[in-house]
Design a binder for this molecule. Structure first.
Ligand code: CDP
Length: 218
């Protein structure tokens, strides 16, 4: 049982995916953390994330099972920007594909299925997923959410910079040639601009229930 959840930065798909996985007793993979791990490794090596050959080499050497995905540095804004640069490189994407598909097919800890969230899960990684959600919100609402999150983590941020960074990442993610950010033809598009997290969660669960018959594990 595979559930694909895609969407742009700060759409709320990460929090939503985690909650859905917990509610339904499924494993969860935040695929953005794979691209972040590659971006951070390139930065740590003192190299440029836009250097395709370096990024591809780093991606091929990445062993996600070794705990790198839990590194707090992956959550930084530098990591996010580096991630979206390495993510345009086709060899980076193909190097990360196997890990994602294996996670989906054989979820860890014997879980009966998996929730994968990212940009291309419903379109490329798991096109046969039982349920596909595309979670989105206006760029202004997403920038506002990201700003709040940064402030809660004690990171000073300038609203106009956050908005500009968000637009730059949206542009890179949706205009790249390989696996661009877009809803799969058969995805359920959930626009959370005017929803709180509870409402988004309820709408997502109702959709997944209608596609898979899965309900809360009690
Ligand atoms: O948490 P947030 O939505 O800000 O970002 P993320 O999901 O951690 O993804 C970071 C970057 O990785 C994105 O901007 C994409 O460029 C890239 N990514 C991707 O290309 N494909 C995925 N399946 C997941 C992330």
């Amino acid at each position: 049982m595979i559930i694909a959840i895609d969407g742009p930065a700060a759409s709320g798909k990460g929090t939503l995916s985690k909650r859905i996985a917990a509610e339904l007793g499924l494993a969860h993979l935040d695929t953005g953390s794979l691209y972040r791990a590659v971006g951070v490794a390139v930065l740590r090596a003192g190299k440029d994330p836009a250097d395709a050959a370096v990024a591809a080499q780093v991606a091929r050497a990445l062993r996600p099972e070794d705990g790198i995905l839990a590194d707090p540095e992956l959550r930084s804004d530098e990591a996010a920007q580096a991630a979206s640069k390495v993510a345009v490189v086709p060899e980076v994407r193909s190097a990360l594909l196997d890990f994602q598909r294996t996670f989906a097919a054989v979820p860890p800890a014997g879980a009966p299925g998996a929730v994968l969230d990212g940009r291309d899960i419903g379109t490329v990684v798991c096109p046969d997923a039982a349920a596909k959600l595309f979670v989105t919100a206006s760029v202004e609402v997403r920038a506002e959410r990201r700003l709040k999150e940064l402030r809660e983590r004690g990171i000073p941020a300038i609203p106009s910079d956050v908005l500009e960074d968000m637009k730059a990442r949206d542009a890179r993610d949706s205009q790249r040639a390989v696996a661009p950010l877009k809803p799969a033809d058969d995805a359920f598009v959930l626009d959370t601009s005017a929803m709180n997290p509870e409402q988004a969660f309820a709408a997502a669960l109702a959709y997944i229930g209608s596609k898979t018959g899965l309900g809360p594990k009690r």
